[in-house]
Design a binder for this molecule. Structure first.
Ligand SMILES: Cc1cc2nc3c(=O)[nH]c(=O)nc-3n(C[C@H](O)[C@H](O)[C@H](O)COP(=O)(O)O)c2cc1C
Length: 364
């Protein structure tokens, strides 16, 4: 178990429609004023990171989106400590542009930008913007080269790289990013290809929500592979948080979300994500085993079960830390109010439980 305090991130709602595909009321907004205020609330509440989303088009109810790098910069400009992770999709971005763009933002913001390299699961989106659609494992091979190129550009001069997807000749980026050795590189997925890439090149591996046992198996698999590669990788897990004064209240909210789910949109999303891990050779990807109820939350966030009282949620977070999780990525129905509530009621309990464990470890 890591002795570092577990870190917290929240999903930036830069895509319309909230994080659940349901007609339940969601007091949230994808607009910039709402998002600036949310980022300020989150940093005061003790959150370490905000994660923006990249989406060019959506056919399942999330039809308006602000671009991820742009909104990430705006949120950094509105805050002082929060790190913002900008999602970037290889294909529309190449590593020369991404490295330059993020190095500039890093300088403008005192070294607080990070990147989430997403590999793509939405074939319709690629077709809509004229991007060639690669097979599942090829998408990860490209993402891995993208990350190798980013690291090379950010850390060396006269960078030369002969990949299948990207080529550089004697290239020296100036200035290099402020953060040393480079801005943190996150990556998402669950499939074999996603895990193997994390075990070779990523600083952080983000995965969909899951049970503690499911997460433990992934963590052990990735850490063993990373160790064999002489690499180390931190783990972030998605969770949809419903924290209420009583467990019954929290469960009632989950029941209402599911009861008011929009079946047409959930099924449309479900059929699109089949292009992700279910199409990977081993069929273990992000949504390979998701039920209808799981799919009501875009990244299986109910499965992590951070649904209950602050005490129950804090205990489950520490149980995730016990199996090797370094960061919890959170989503909410009513973002501003619930991020604040989480900071006031859940986070202090997590810190208490962490301290109790440290005390026990010191005695033993
Ligand atoms: C936390 C997290 C955030 C993600 N953010 C995005 C995103 O903003 N845009 C996107 O197209 N895909 C996003 N993805 C999708 C992944 O990059 C990847 O394509 C997907 O998880 C398929 O994984 P698989 O190979 O395990 O099925 C995200 C995944 C996770 C776990």
């Amino acid at each position: 178990m890591s002795q570092q305090p577990i870190k917290f991130a929240y999903w930036v709602p830069n895509v319309s429609g909230g994080l659940v595909v349901s007609n339940i009321e969601q007091r949230t907004s994808w607009d910039i004023d709402y998002n600036r205020k949310l980022a300020q609330i989150a940093e005061t509440a003790g959150f370490d990171y905000a994660l923006s989303q990249i989406r060019f088009t959506a056919g399942y109810g999330a039809e308006f989106q602000h671009e991820s790098v742009t909104i990430s910069h705006a949120l950094l400009a509105a805050t002082e400590k929060l790190k913002v992770i900008a999602a970037i999709l290889p294909g529309p971005w190449n590593p020369a542009l991404a490295a330059k763009q993020l190095a500039t933002i890093d300088h403008f913001t005192g070294g607080r930008i990070a990147i989430n390299v997403v590999s793509g699961w939405f074939k319709g989106e690629f077709h809509a913007i004229g991007e060639p659609w690669l097979e599942h494992d090829e998408r990860y091979r490209r993402s891995e080269e993208f990350i190798q190129a980013l690291k090379g550009i950010w850390t060396t001069d006269n960078f030369t790289f002969n990949g299948d997807f990207y080529r550089f000749r004697d290239y020296s980026l100036k200035p290099k990013p402020l953060q040393q050795p480079h801005p943190e590189i996150f990556q998402g997925g669950s499939s074999r290809a996603a895990r193997d890439m994390a075990a070779r090149v990523s600083d952080w591996y983000f995965t969909n929500g899951n049970t503690v046992e499911g997460i433990k198996a992934q963590v052990e698999d990735i850490r063993a592979k990373a160790a064999a590669n002489g690499h180390s990788v931190k783990i972030g897990v998605n969770a949809f948080v419903i924290a209420r004064e009583t467990e019954a209240e929290a469960r009632a909210v989950l029941d209402e979300i599911i009861a008011k789910a929009n079946p047409e949109a959930v099924n449309a999303f479900g059929s699109e994500v089949k292009n992700a891990g279910a199409a990977s050779p081993e069929g273990e990807g992000n949504w390979a085993k998701s039920t209808f109820e799981d799919l009501v939350q875009y990244n299986d966030g109910f499965k992590t079960n951070l649904i209950g009282t602050p005490q129950q949620i804090a205990e489950r977070i520490v149980a995730l830390k016990d199996v090797g999780v370094d960061l919890i990525l959170t989503g909410y129905l009513h973002f501003q109010e619930e991020v604040e509530y989480f900071g006031q009621h859940v986070l202090p309990l997590v810190r208490e439980l962490e301290q109790q464990r440290e005390g026990k470890r010191a005695v033993a």
